[in-house]
Design a protein around this ligand. Structure first.
Ligand code: SUG
Length: 422
């Protein structure tokens, strides 16, 4: 059994649009009402996946969910007078941000030696709250081998859970036992945290850790800094990223940084913590550039790390100056790889939002969800042929568009042999 990290990227769905549904997500709010380009968006995602495969990394995919979600819309529309917000929520392609699909605890961390996944309930935002049933079906299919995986339903809806976007893992290597770090938010009176909703609750994090059978001695629950949430870091992965024994984070990511670092070092003395000071990159600039919403990956071969950043990060003078120094410092991160995911970025989703990391033996996963060049080519052809070129938010609700969006997804399912997800 060879445990490897596999990045599962959400393929951008054909209904991708900018309806401004996410309060606290500054990019999404700023782009509300803009025309979107679903075809270009999905192709950008594919270029990123291929670039990661070219680095020698294992890559998987998750499929877009059925949208518009007519049943959910009908259930919540009362007397039939549909409001625009609800309509847009039914059309959202938000499942592309696979980091929010589930929380994953690899086999070396769990009591029963299986990889555990808990689907996120995403209850804080109405447009994301209806992802879970279809996401769960996909997880149950992809990770259906119960000798190696346990797929859990969501934690109670009273407690908001946003999946891996608020979870990090530090370990000497992917296949060694790790320290799992759950980062929850709390809206505090007067601390600025009440301006935007805190989406991840501490209770949800604790419920996930318990369902996964994690060792309490290697599990940490840490509060996100309320000022980070107020600055637009609605998920922890906008201000921090971890890989192997390395944590890269903003100085103001955690409510109590010193205690957080000490707790990590106590459990993993080999941990390398790279803190980006406010004086070099402000919290506002970190959120604007999405520096931390990067994929920090271990390259096969020499074991050095690469940071896959959004193109926007290298356009910021402060960020690119800091990145140059990081690479020149001779530390564990030897390379910065910029990728263009602008269509997703305009809705607040960077390279890290678009993927869910699973440490597992690829041979134990349903191969239909694993990507190779031939399959990437097939996906590209379907997208190029059937994904709408452009959607204006005022188009949402149009019957012909709804039909072509559903048909486009159907063609993709057929191309991948996944018709059972229809
Ligand atoms: O939940 N955007 C997503 C972005 C999720 C990013 N994920 C991570 N940080 N892991 C969100 O806010 C925008 C949708 C709209 O406004 O139409 C949106 O849902």
């Amino acid at each position: 059994m060879r445990l490897t990290e596999i990045n599962f990227d959400g393929i951008v769905g054909p209904s991708h649009n900018y309806a401004g549904l996410s309060l606290g997500n500054l990019a999404a709010t700023q782009h509300a009402g803009d025309p979107s380009y679903p075809r270009a968006a999905a192709l950008q995602g594919l270029v990123k996946m291929r670039a990661n495969m070219a680095l020698g990394l294992a890559q998987g995919v998750f499929l877009p969910l059925p949208r518009p979600n007519a049943r959910w819309l009908a259930e919540h529309s009362g007397d039939g007078a549909v409001d625009r917000g609800l309509l847009a929520a039914a059309w959202s392609a938000s499942a592309m941000w696979a980091a929010n699909a589930a929380t994953v605890s690899p086999a070396p961390d769990t009591a029963d030696g299986r990889c555990h996944l808990t689907v996120a309930n995403l209850v804080t935002m109405p447009h994301r709250s209806h992802e879970l049933p279809d996401t769960l079906r996909q997880l149950e299919l992809a990770f259906g081998d119960s000798r190696h995986f346990a797929v859990h339903g969501p934690v109670a809806a009273e407690f908001g859970d946003e999946g891996a976007a608020n979870h990090m893992r530090l370990a000497l290597a992917h296949d060694e036992p790790g320290v799992e770090l759950f980062v929850y938010g709390r809206s505090r009176e007067g601390a600025g945290g009440t301006r935007f909703p805190a989406r991840q609750s501490e209770q949800a994090s604790r419920a996930v850790a318990s369902a996964h059978g994690l060792d309490p001695a290697r599990t940490l629950f840490v509060e996100q800094a309320p000022e980070a949430i107020a600055a637009g870091a609605f998920h922890n992965d906008v201000v921090a990223v971890a890989n192997g024994p390395v944590l890269l984070c903003h100085e103001r990511a955690f409510a109590d940084p010193a205690a957080t670092y000490a707790a990590i070092r106590e459990r993993l003395p080999e941990a390398t913590i790279i803190e980006v000071p406010e004086s070099r990159v402000s919290l506002a600039e970190a959120v604007r550039s999405y520096l931390f919403n990067a994929q920090l990956v271990t390259l096969p071969g020499d074991g050095t790390m690469a940071l896959v950043v959004p193109g926007e990060a290298s356009e910021s003078a402060a960020v690119s100056g800091w990145l140059d120094e990081l690479v020149a410092s001779g530390g564990p991160i030897g390379r910065v790889v910029p990728v263009d995911v602008r269509q997703s970025m305009a809705n607040g989703g960077g390279p890290a939002c678009l993927r869910l990391r699973v440490v597992a033996d690829p041979a134990t996963i349903d191969p239909r969800f694993l990507l190779d060049e031939a399959k990437a080519e097939r996906i590209e052809q379907v997208v190029a042929r059937y994904w709408p070129e452009q959607i204006d938010p005022t188009d949402l609700g149009d019957a012909a568009l709804a039909e072509s969006v559903a048909a486009a997804r159907g063609h993709l399912l057929a191309a991948l042999g996944l018709e059972e997800l229809a």
